[in-house]
Design a protein around this ligand. Structure first.
Ligand code: F6P
Length: 361
C-alpha cells in the first residue's frame, strides 16, 4: 500500500492547480490512507527542502480557487539551479540534493504538476531513477501526448469574454480592436477564443501573416457596412519572413524568452494601411488567474485522482493524459521536447476559413 507521496506545482500558474492538488490529497489520504507533503514554489522548494504537510483540511475549499496553495516558479531548473555567493551568480546541478531531500522524507513517489519546462526536469529525474508521475498543466495547451492540458479552457473562457466585450465598443466607435492573447509558440488560445468570440481575423504563430491580407479584410467589411473589425492575435505570431516580438529575456528561466508586443505592431500597421482607428488590448496574466471553469475543475480532478492511481499501480515515468474522452497515461519522455502546435490544415482552421475568418495567409 502507499505510505507517503510528495507533490509540487511548477511553471507558470493556471486555473485548476488547486483542483488537482485537492484530488491528489483526497485520493491519496481518503482512498489509500497515504500521507502527502507538498513542496513550495515548484522545484525551488524541492531543492531547498521547503515543504508543507498536505492534510485533508488543506485540500478543503480550494476546488474553485485560482493559483496554487503551494506556490509555483517558472525560473528554477534543478539541473541548473541559480546560486548566489558573495554577489557571484553560478548555475549548479542540484539534482542529487533533490534526490537526497526526497529520500530524507521517505517519499515513495512524486507527483509533478507542470508544463513543458517542469516535465522536462520530471523526465530527467525519472532517468536518474526517481519515481515520478506527471500531470499536464498549461494555459497554452502545447503539451504533446494529451488532447487538453488543464487551465486551457478557462483561459479560452477569459479571452472569449474579452472578445465579447471588445465587440460592443468596436461597433460603437467603428474601430479595429486587436486582442493579444498568450500561448507562447502555439496558437491554441487565439484560435479557440477567436472562433468562440466571433473574431474576424485570427493571427497565430503557425500561420505567418501578411498584414495586407488582414487590412484588406477590414476594408472589405467596412465596404459591406460593417465598420469595425475584431482581431485576435497570439503573442507568438509573426509576419511572413519576420520574427516574433520578444518583450523580455528572463535569464535564469528554462525558457528565457517572454513574448509580447505583436498586438501593438499589428494595430499600428492596420491604422496606417486602412486609415481606420485601432486599439489594442493585451490580456496578459488575466488568462492565468481566477477560478477554473467547470471543464477545468472536472479535468483537474480526473488528472489528480489518476496520478495517484498511477503511483499505486507503480506506473512511474508516466504522465496522465486525456485521449478523446478517456483518461490514459503516456510516457513523460513522449510528452516533452516536441510542442503540440496548431496544424494549419486542422479541422478547426478549415472551419474558420469556411466561415470567412481571415488568417492573413
Ligand atoms: O506558459 C504559460 C505562459 O502564460 C505563456 O502563455 C506566456 O508566454 C508565459 O507563460 C508568461 O510567463 P511569465 O509568467 O514569466 O510572464
Amino acid at each position: 500500500m502507499l505510505k507517503k507521496i510528495g507533490v509540487l506545482t511548477g511553471g507558470g500558474d493556471c486555473p485548476g492547480l488547486n483542483a488537482v492538488l485537492r484530488a491528489v490529497v483526497k485520493t491519496a489520504i481518503g482512498k489509500y490512507g497515504c500521507e502527502v507533503i507538498g513542496f513550495k514554489d515548484g522545484y525551488h522548494g524541492l531543492v531547498l527542502n521547503e515543504w508543507i504537510q498536505l492534510d485533508l483540511s488543506k485540500a478543503s475549499g480550494i476546488l474553485d480557487r485560482g493559483g496554487t496553495i503551494l506556490g509555483s516558479s517558472n525560473r528554477d531548473n534543478p539541473f541548473s539551479f541559480k546560486v548566489e555567493e558573495n554577489g557571484k551568480v553560478t548555475y549548479v546541478d542540484k539534482s542529487d540534493q533533490v534526490m537526497a531531500n526526497i529520500q530524507s522524507h521517505n517519499i515513495e513517489a512524486m507527483v509533478l504538476i507542470g508544463g513543458d519546462g517542469t516535465l522536462t526536469s520530471a523526465r530527467d529525474f525519472s532517468r536518474k531513477g526517481l519515481k515520478v508521475v506527471a500531470v499536464p498543466k498549461t494555459i497554452d495547451n502545447d503539451l504533446s501526448s494529451t488532447d487538453v492540458t488543464f487551465g486551457f479552457m478557462t483561459a479560452v473562457d477569459t479571452a472569449t469574454e474579452a472578445l465579447d466585450k471588445l465587440h460592443t465598443t468596436a461597433e460603437s466607435h467603428h474601430r479595429i480592436m486587436v486582442l493579444e492573447v498568450m500561448g507562447r509558440y502555439a496558437g491554441w488560445i487565439a484560435l479557440e477564443s477567436g472562433i468562440a468570440g466571433g473574431a474576424d481575423m485570427i493571427i497565430i504563430p503557425e500561420i505567418p501573416y501578411d498584414i495586407h491580407k488582414i487590412a484588406d479584410k477590414a476594408l472589405e467589411r467596412q465596404k459591406a457596412g460593417k465598420n469595425f473589425s475584431i482581431v485576435v492575435v497570439a503573442e507568438g505570431a509573426k509576419p511572413k519572413g519576420g520574427s516574433m516580438v520578444v518583450s523580455q529575456v528572463v535569464k535564469d528561466s528554462p525558457d528565457p524568452i517572454r513574448l509580447g508586443g505583436i498586438g501593438q505592431k499589428i494595430a499600428q500597421d492596420l491604422t496606417e494601411i486602412t486609415g481606420m482607428d485601432s486599439r489594442v488590448t493585451v490580456l496578459g496574466h488575466l488568462q492565468r488567474g481566477g477560478r477554473p471553469n467547470p471543464y477545468d475543475r472536472i479535468l483537474s480532478t480526473r488528472y489528480g485522482a489518476a496520478a495517484v492511481e498511477l503511483i499505486k499501480n507503480k506506473k512511474f515515468g508516466m504522465m496522465v493524459s486525456l485521449q478523446g474522452n478517456e483518461i490514459d497515461a503516456v510516457p513523460i519522455e513522449e510528452a516533452v521536447g516536441q510542442l503540440k502546435t496548431v496544424s494549419p490544415e486542422s479541422e478547426l482552421i478549415n472551419i474558420a476559413r469556411s466561415i470567412g475568418v481571415e488568417f492573413g495567409e
